[in-house]
Design a protein around this ligand. Structure first.
Ligand SMILES: Cc1cc2nc3c(=O)[nH]c(=O)nc-3n(C[C@H](O)[C@H](O)[C@H](O)COP(=O)(O)OP(=O)(O)OC[C@H]3O[C@@H](n4cnc5c(N)ncnc54)[C@H](O)[C@@H]3O)c2cc1C
Length: 387
């Protein structure tokens, strides 16, 4: 093994590179990364936007770090095709990079809506966060009555926008495709606890709405709901999830369902072709099925694990990962496999006005849980899923 190429310099790909270098001082490691930044924390972006973390602290690696670890990083370069039989990657610069081993760690692609006048905001990378910081500064100059934002979505990133708008005193309407927050995952009770928290915080909710129409050509001035009602705003935060970027992976012949299919060692069906992080649909022995998890802990741990596998320490992956967030300070934790459709039983364990805990079972075994407002059971539940 002489050459390892990693597509994607996020937490999964960079951790894999770091661990590979620890285990093998000589192998050539190249990361192809379409963004122009050294690796940074997406988790810290909302904190940076709120001014709680300085911008430089968002970056977890420096350019010097790659150099001192003999890891070649190719910033601003996109991998465009992989020739698996002939073992090379074609890049946006037209180069053909040879590899003995390749790790696919490209994360996911944002779901977007039609129309992008100024003021339509996405929060995926540090460039988006910089743009958002600029927009928020402009809004803060307006009279209080004109500081209005709309959030489109009801999941993780939508919650970040709600918290950000609230932090800056921006009045906020939330337009959701489903009946409530995470409507396809959560019980009605969990959704009602979250809805109450939002409404008590002065947020106006508009549920069961198809994609709103953006008003404004150059700059957003509002959104129009299906009922014809207009919600005025100068910023629209869109958080409607991600999908794996499958375009060129499909062409190269790796098998794809909801992500790139791999086993518990992150191996695709092709020798020496691995996939990790948000882009991988891997076999999770704790829940006995293939899953895609979009969380930091999972991506980082898979980066470490794949490096060990490649270097011969072949251990099946075993982690119960979780995603913690909050709505206006109310804590929310998703643990393990919380796909409602894949569960054969969902038990509502806690159901009070301000808390909701649901446990997801398959074949009699606990496989996942969602904790809203009361996360005290987190460690116990994690241990039970692992057991
Ligand atoms: C704003 C925000 C807040 C979040 N907060 C949390 C949180 O609080 N807790 C939590 O657990 N998780 C959180 N997440 C999710 C978490 O950040 C992701 O699960 C994690 O970053 C996934 O890591 P990854 O390396 O698999 O993918 P990514 O971080 O998406 O990295 C993939 C990289 O691959 C690059 N790439 C893709 N295709 C190509 C190509 N063809 N050529 C070259 N480069 C390519 C992309 O540019 C990207 O940099 C948050 C995400 C966001 C966006």
């Amino acid at each position: 093994m002489e050459n390892i190429v990693i597509i994607g310099g996020g937490i999964a790909g960079t951790t894999a590179a770091e661990e590979l270098r620890k285990l093998n001082a000589d192998v050539a490691i190249t990361i192809i990364e379409q963004e122009y930044h050294p690796m940074y924390s997406r988790v810290l972006l909302p904190h940076y936007v709120k001014g709680k973390v300085p911008r430089e602290k968002v970056f977890l690696k420096s350019w010097e770090w790659y150099e001192s670890h003999k890891i070649e990083i190719m910033p601003g370069v996109r991998a465009e095709a992989i020739d698996i039989p002939n073992r090379f990657v074609r890049t946006s610069e037209g180069r053909e990079l040879p590899f003995d081993v390749i790790i696919l760690a490209g994360g996911g692609e944002l779901n977007v809506i039609g129309g992008e006048p100024r003021g339509v905001s996405y929060l995926r990378g540090v460039d988006d966060a910089d743009e958002l910081v600029g927009l928020l500064k402009e809004i803060s100059m307006k009279p209080a009555s004109d500081r209005r934002g709309v959030v489109y979505g009801g999941g993780f990133i939508a919650l970040e926008y709600i918290n950000i708008f609230h932090h800056f005193g921006i009045a906020c309407d939330v337009v959701m495709r489903g009946a409530g927050f995470w409507s396809s995952l959560l019980s009605e009770h969990s959704q009602s606890v979250l809805a109450k928290k939002a409404i008590d915080g002065g947020i106006l909710l508009h549920a069961n709405e198809p994609e709103p129409t953006i008003i404004g050509d150059r700059e957003v001035s509002g959104v129009r709901l299906s009922s014809g009602i207009d919600l005025p705003c100068s910023i629209l935060g869109v958080g409607i999830g991600m999908h794996p970027d499958q375009s060129f992976y499909r062409e190269c012949g790796v098998e794809i369902d909801r992500g790139i299919l791999v086993n518990e060692y992150f191996e695709t069906a092709h020798p020496s072709v691995y996939a990790i992080g948000d882009t991988a649909e891997f076999y999770d022995a704790n829940v006995a099925r293939r899953v895609v998890y979009g969380n930091w802990m999972n991506a980082q741990s898979q980066g470490r694990a794949v490096a060990k596998n490649i270097c011969g320490d072949r251990v099946p992956f075993n982690l119960v990962s979780s995603y913690s967030t909050n709505l206006l300070g109310m804590q929310i934790v998703f643990i393990g496999d919380v796909d409602r459709k894949a569960a054969d039983d969902v038990k509502q364990i806690v159901a009070t006005e301000s808390a909701s805990v649901e446990e997801f079972y398959r074949a009699g075994k606990l496989v996942g849980a969602v904790l809203v407002g009361d996360i005290s059971g987190r460690a116990t539940i994690t241990a039970r899923i692992r057991g």
